[in-house]
Write a protein that binds this ligand. Structure first.
Ligand SMILES: Cc1cc2nc3c(=O)[nH]c(=O)nc-3n(C[C@H](O)[C@H](O)[C@H](O)COP(=O)(O)O)c2cc1C
Length: 176
């Protein structure tokens, strides 16, 4: 699969097979992640990988509770796990809080990760709702000191790959 094919094939997957993702595959895609560029090559990212069902559920319930407390009208899907969609693995990408480029750098690593996962026939979904987590929850999961969550990715074998959502024509100002 070439890069443009992977870019177009990637979709947000919100239904996963109940099948674990082997650790070596998760390591491989995270290693693809860290080939992303980063400002001054500081590589300000760190990763928390959850493959334990109970821990994923606990984190999901914690986030759901905090969302509902902060926004009682927030609409979440009516499924068992409306945060990570019962994915067998979750990667939380954290960034150095003192680095002003962290969010951009970690986002680039995140895109590499989802594209590498696509090539390996895995499904992913970016989970911005990780931002609702309490810092201490992630510290208890071993988050690197001085880091904070940027984005999470749910990961697993898709029940099916959703069809593409068409994109708008890009607004381009050509200056020739
Ligand atoms: C920064 C960011 C945060 C996102 N957070 C969530 C999320 O918390 N839950 C979710 O189901 N999808 C989330 N998404 C997925 C978007 O809804 C999805 O990418 C968009 O609808 C386009 O669909 P596609 O990914 O299938 O192309 C997020 C995407 C991005 C880029």
């Amino acid at each position: 699969m070439n890069v443009i094919e992977a870019i177009k094939k990637r979709r947000s997957v919100r239904e996963y097979k109940d099948k674990p993702v082997p650790e070596d595959i998760i390591s491989k895609i995270i290693k693809a992640g860290v080939w992303a560029p980063s400002a001054h090559n500081r590589q300000p990212w760190s990763f928390i990988v959850l493959t334990n069902k109970e821990k994923i559920n606990e984190l999901s319930r914690h986030i759901e509770d905090r969302i509902r407390k902060q926004n009682p009208n927030y609409k979440l899907r009516d499924v068992d796990d409306p945060i990570f969609y019962s994915a067998p693995a979750v990667i939380i990408i954290c960034g150095d809080a003192s680095n002003k480029w962290s969010t951009i750098d970690c986002s680039m690593a995140a895109e590499n990760i989802v594209l590498a996962a696509t090539e390996l026939e895995l499904g992913t979904c970016f989970i911005g709702r990780i931002k609702y987590v309490e810092q201490s929850f992630l510290e208890n999961l071993g988050m690197k000191k001085g880091h904070q969550p940027v984005i999470a990715i749910s990961l697993g074998y898709p029940k099916e790959m959703p069809t593409a959502i068409e994109r708008e024509e890009p607004c381009i100002s050509w200056v020739k």
